[in-house]
Write a protein that binds this ligand. Structure first.
Ligand code: NAP
Ligand code: G3H
Length: 486
């Protein structure tokens, strides 16, 4: 797609200070497709010297980038969005190969990312400061005004996960840039080729040299060095709770924005429209084989309607298409790697051994886990609490809404929940008591639209994303107080 992004040996370079580089002695990481193990490309495992350089350049140019008028910054972002839209098919194809994303999800990720970037540019143009009169505070007169503007934080380290290699990189980069920061992107290793294409698009769109830089390499090897680098002023991380906790435990005085794991519950009450609930639960649980932080990861169904719900779910889960993303219309695709498949298999085994009822699925073929539904899952089973990041859905039967709330809140996670009911009072009763960032009433759990606040509580995150929220998180107020002597 871009001539100079990789060489004939499929080696992809990193962007540092406007140059695509790789050290002569760089160790190479092979990125193999989860579909069939074929080589997608190779990326460098960057050493600490290269990391230092990327961060140093970002720091140097930030002083100038901060001063570029917002309308000029917005023009670059609009151009990025235009290029993304021109390249939907190519980018989707890279994602299909690199992270085995199904075609429909891959194409919509590119389009959504273009929309996100445009909306971010326009939102930033419209963020106004404020002025606060002193007289509203007791004891003060009309002799002071605080003029409050927003300042960038400096160098933002963006660390993105494999499952949205384009969107969850862009949703950090675009608001950070519009706030006047420069960015160093460390993408998920499996997903880094897609992310490097995004970086290239920013360059093609005219982003000045050094404003966006990239670092590839395994998080387990360079992660600690990067996140504790003294020149990093903000860390915007999306990924597992395990890695998020590690980052927050080893960093000092650096603000963090973290979107982590989840165990989103779909609560189905007695009066729910069961066809609507089942349709949403299936889409929520199984799209991209459940590899979404917001996937429906457990059903808490009231006993009286549970049998009927199970019948509908079984009927429709059987209709899901299983296969390779390259076949065009597969819903259930291979998981990201062998380790992920084995983890999910162990959850299935544990549920079987402890007496859960296997309603459908449970089998594996290569990296594909067939869509699996377990009924009568109990609190003793790992599947009641752990995040599979795969197409396995447990039903925990409950006697009433209060038991559903209790089990929902017993989770260490608190990303989202869904409540299915036709009674608005019941919807509010349950929503009020759930310890999550967002409750969806009669819909699947999901992040968008992207200007809504998106956040996790407890082990699901720190801080709030969402276009305006992200811009605000990556900037700070600056107050100039005008003292009037009259
Ligand atoms: P992950 O293993 O935690 O990796 C996320 C990112 O962190 C990758 O770029 C990874 O690099 C890097 N990393 C790994 N170890 C690191 C370390 N010690 N220091 C710094 N960075 C490090 O997560 P994943 O497997 O990509 O994604 C799946 C998880 O992310 C799930 O738990 C899912 O729920 C969560 N997620 C949450 C959200 C949300 O918005 N709440 C969205 C998407 C995903 P390498 O690839 O090189 O290891
Ligand atoms: O994987 C985590 C994403 O933030 C979820 O986004 O609900 O749009 O799939 P989504």
């Amino acid at each position: 797609m871009f001539d100079n992004l990789c060489n004939d040996n499929k080696i992809f370079k990193n962007l540092i200070g406007g140059d695509w580089v790789i050290a002569d002695d760089s160790e190479l990481i092979e990125i193999k497709s989860p579909i069939d193990g074929s080589l997608v490309g190779k990326v460098g495992a960057m050493n600490t010297g290269e990391v230092d350089k990327a961060i140093r350049v970002a720091k140097e140019v930030q002083k100038d980038w901060k001063l570029v008028p917002i309308s000029e910054k917005a023009k670059v972002l609009h151009k990025v969005a235009d290029i993304l839209e021109e390249k939907v098919k190519e980018l989707a194809s890279i994602m299909m190969h690199e992270v085995a994303k199904d075609k429909k999800s891959a194409e919509s990720e590119v389009i959504r990312t273009a929309d996100f970037i445009r909306f971010t540019a326009d939102t930033a143009k419209n963020i106004a400061g404020e002025s606060l009169p002193a007289e509203s505070f007791p004891g003060y007169k009309r002799d002071k005004i605080s003029v409050v503007t927003r300042e960038p934080l400096g160098v933002v380290l963006a660390i993105s996960p494999f499952n949205y290699p384009l969107n969850l990189a862009a949703s950090k980069i675009a608001p950070a840039l519009m706030a006047g920061n420069t960015v160093v992107l460390k993408p998920a290793t499996q997903g880094s080729i897609t992310a490097l294409h995004l970086v290239k698009i920013f360059q093609e769109a005219g982003l000045p040299n050094g404003v966006l830089n990239s670092i590839t390499g395994k998080g387990s090897e360079i992660g600690d060095y990067v996140v504790t680098h003294p020149e990093i002023n903000f860390i915007n991380f999306t990924g597992s709770t395990e890695v998020g906790k590690r980052i927050s435990s080893i960093t000092t005085m650096v603000p963090l924005l973290m979107e982590l794991g989840g165990k989103d519950a779909a609560i189905v009450l007695e009066d729910a429209d069961l066809e609507l609930a089942a349709k949403n639960i299936i889409a929520g649980a199984f799209s991209y084989s459940g590899q979404r932080c917001t996937a429906v990861k457990r059903i808490l169904a009231v006993d009286t309607i549970a049998d009927k719900l199970v019948d509908i779910l079984k009927r429709d889960i059987k209709k899901l298409k299983v296969g390779s993303p390259l076949e065009g219309d597969a819903d259930i695709v291979p998981l990201i790697d062998e380790k992920a498949v084995e983890f999910v298999e162990n959850l299935i085994k544990d549920s079987r051994e402890k007496g859960a009822t296997l309603v459908v699925g449970g089998n594996r073929e290569g990296n594909i886990i067939y869509p699996t539904l377990f009924d009568n899952v109990t609190r003793e089973m790992r599947l009641a609490w752990e995040e599979p990041f795969g197409p396995v859905l447990p039903i925990i039967r409950v006697k009433d809404k209060d038991e559903a709330i209790e089990i929902a809140n017993e989770s260490e996670y608190g990303l989202q929940s869904a409540i299915f009911t036709n009674n608005i009072n019941e919807a509010f009763y349950v929503s009020d008591r759930l310890e999550v960032g967002t409750v969806q009433v009669n819909n699947k759990t999901e992040r968008g639209p992207d200007h809504f606040p998106f956040l996790g509580v407890k082990a699901s995150g720190l801080g709030t994303q969402g276009i305006r929220y992200s811009i605000e998180a990556m900037s700070r107020p600056k107050a100039v107080v005008i003292n009037i002597n009259n």
